[in-house]
Design a protein around this ligand. Structure first.
Ligand code: NAD
Length: 276
């Protein structure tokens, strides 16, 4: 399609460097390579841990012996070290960074303002992805630094679009993104575990109960995304009069299921604000 062609064009001159070759960096690198958007031979990585650079080498990625060398080889840099390491790493790289670099930070909680001070002239985009990057189904938010361009925005949206879905939001709302999709996987993992426990309590084997529970969450999410129907309408579709499902729905309502989730999102958002 035209959109895909434009995206490929956008990415054609992109050399992506991973500052830190950890779990998230690997997920992003695999996604970019798999989608064909940025092939492994246009990716670079540096990490203080040799076992991590070996993983990237096996993907076909060039390894740089320092973060500064990485900056010399790449025009898009993904900051993928732990948040506590970010200041030291970016400050040390600063002499090698210029306005020709786009620094994409996935470090949780680090404001663009700080990144900009540490990085000097580099353009900044901040992304809040989630762990589901690992299976190509992330739900992410992104915000642009002052000097980031519409082309930067398109490029980052396209890159993370190859790993799931991404939305542009005001930076102040990135904590809300954290509350919903950053922390959300943990809530859903708990829901899957609990559904499976219910199945086991009802007599199913653990394996069967777990598969039924996880597949039910996957399919229900697809129903919401693909049918474009409101989840309330979908719920009404499966609750027949005096049936089994409405009996369970009533139990969930009595236990405050919906307000528990709403409050969980608000609690995560608030905690993100405290940490910033
Ligand atoms: P990770 O520990 O797997 O990766 C970090 C890597 O950075 C490690 O391999 C480490 O050796 C390397 N590193 C440390 N110091 C370095 C240095 N000076 N130079 C180069 N490399 C160095 O962590 P991760 O889970 O991949 O998380 C990376 C970032 O992604 C974090 O900032 C985190 O906040 C963010 N993030 C993670 C998730 C998640 O679900 N894991 C979600 C959203 C955001």
């Amino acid at each position: 399609s035209v959109v895909v062609a434009m995206a490929m064009d956008l990415a054609a001159n992109t050399r992506v460097g991973f500052i830190g070759a950890g779990q998230m960096a690997e997920a992003i690198a695999r996604g970019l390579d798999r989608s064909g958007l940025v092939p492994a031979d246009r990716m670079y990585a540096s990490d203080v841990n040799v076992s991590r650079t070996q993983v990237f080498e096996s993907l076909g990625t060039s390894i740089c012996s320092s973060n500064s060398k990485l900056a010399e080889n790449s025009n898009v840099l993904i900051l993928a070290v732990k948040p506590q390491a970010a200041e030291k790493v970016v400050t040390e790289m600063r002499p090698s960074l210029s306005k020709d670099h786009l620094l994409v930070s996935i470090a949780a909680g680090i404001p663009i303002k700080k990144l900009q001070v540490w990085a000097g002239d580099a353009r900044i985009v901040r992304v809040m992805p989630n762990v589901n990057c690992l299976v190509g189904e992330t739900a992410a938010g992104m915000s642009l630094g002052k000097t980031a361009t519409p082309a930067d925005s398109d490029l980052v949206a396209t890159m993370f679009g190859s790993l799931g879905k991404i939305h542009v939001v005001d930076e102040r709302l990135l904590n809300a993104v954290t509350g919903v999709s950053g922390s959300g996987p943990a809530y859903i993992f708990m829901a899957i575990e609990a559904l499976a426990d219910g199945g086991v309590a009802s007599g199913l084997t653990r394996d069967v109960a777990m598969s039924l529970a996880a597949q039910t969450v996957l399919g229900s999410a697809k129903m919401v995304l693909e049918s474009k129907k409101h989840p309330g309408e979908l719920k009404d579709m499966v609750t027949s009069p005096a049936g089994t499902t409405i009996a369970g729905v009533r139990e969930l309502e009595e236990r405050g299921f919906r307000s528990a989730l709403i409050n969980a999102v608000l609690a995560g958002t608030k905690r993100g604000e405290e940490l910033a």
